[in-house]
Ligand binder design. Sequence first.
Ligand SMILES: Nc1ncnc2c1ncn2[C@@H]1O[C@H](COP(=O)(O)OP(=O)(O)OP(=O)(O)O)[C@@H](O)[C@H]1O
Ligand SMILES: [Mg+2]
Length: 430
Amino acid sequence: MKILVVDDSKLNLVTAENQLKKIPSITQIFLCQESQNVESLIQEMQFDIILLDVVMPVLSGFDILKLIKSNAQYDDIPVIMFTSLSDEGSFEKCFNLGASDYITKPIIPIEFNARIKAAIENRAKSIKLKKMILDAQKQNNEFKEINLQLRSTQFHLVQSEKMAAIGQLAAGVAHEINNPIGFIGSNLEILSKYLNRISEYLLFIEKKQNELKSISNAECDRIINETMEKYNKLKIKYILDELSNIVSDSENGVERVKNIVQSLRVFARSADDDEKETYLLLDIINSVINISINEIKYVAKVKVDFDRELMVYCNKVQLGQVLINIIVNAAQAIKSQQNNTLGEISIGAYIKEEYLCIKIKDNGPGIPKDIISKIFEPFFTTKDVGQGTGLGLSVSYDIITKKHNGLIEVDSIVDNGTTFTIKLPTYISK
Ligand SMILES: Nc1ncnc2c1ncn2[C@@H]1O[C@H](COP(=O)(O)OP(=O)(O)OP(=O)(O)O)[C@@H](O)[C@H]1O
Ligand SMILES: [Mg+2]
């Protein structure tokens, strides 16, 4: 323990030193006779205890005590007043200013030893406590750090799981649909050919009936009339017209399903694959609309309006994922308004400065000001439990900013709608 004794009397200093030397736990004793030097001494050395005279020229013990207790760097050093004063007022002042104890002069060895030892014990305890607090703080910071790391790992795990699940789902659905749609398509083709033949045959019959009419034979007339009647009764002409409509509608449907399967296949690739290429933006947007059509069609019309030639350099699966998240959010927001009329989601794109900007605008309920800063946070959702994981936009943010060096911005007016803008750098676009 390092102790500093401050007193303007040399005799007092020496007497105190002699007493202190007898206490084994005191390893260093510093004596100071000039009160004006105390502050610099304290700043320089790390004292454990200060023994401080009260009445001194230049700076009094009160002044020095005030100085010590007002500086957070050393205000915890216990100060024992070393005094020959005996009036109560001075004692009260010392304690009010933060003194820990007092020792009277001239020194009474038993009192001196007891008070110094008590101060040493207190100091040792407070040093131990301080160390414990520091250790606890350090541990707390480490826990905080670990917690942050855990959250981030959890986020990335859920994110990649979600992406992988979408990829797997897309691959599975595409595969399952592809086979039946294949044979439905070829059956329709055969059906259409057969229908043509049946039509041709019926026309042939009609022609032959006309030929028979000209022969003018009562028996022939009867047979012709009967077949005509049957033809009319069974509405064969109507059925033939309808059948060809049905076949062409079905072919149309098969074509659409094929497009969806094609779009699903785009997403059936691994989400870990960060590969980027240049694509026609319209192709990606069409695939995305095809896939999310079920979420959208009953709540909103989708308007796509931009230069068809616009190209985008991106990872197709990842950008598709972002667009689906934003479009599905827009559809869900419009749906939450429970209006009877269809809402509108419009998708625009243009080049501005060094960015390709994709804007997705909806006329839904908008996002209140107090939550707009939170929507990109992982797990933030306003949807009911089980309806939203709150990951859609945080995953999108990660994909656009980290994986594509781009920006994602939101602009919203309550009761008016929301616009998300994705900005992808064009300097890598070809
Ligand atoms: N177009 C929008 N209009 C209004 N609110 C929106 C819109 N897009 C996002 N939000 C708000 O942002 C929140 C976070 O969206 P995010 O896509 O991250 O999660 P989620 O849709 O709730 O769940 P998840 O997408 O994981 O199923 C939503 O819960 C919603 O409150
Ligand atoms: Mg969402």
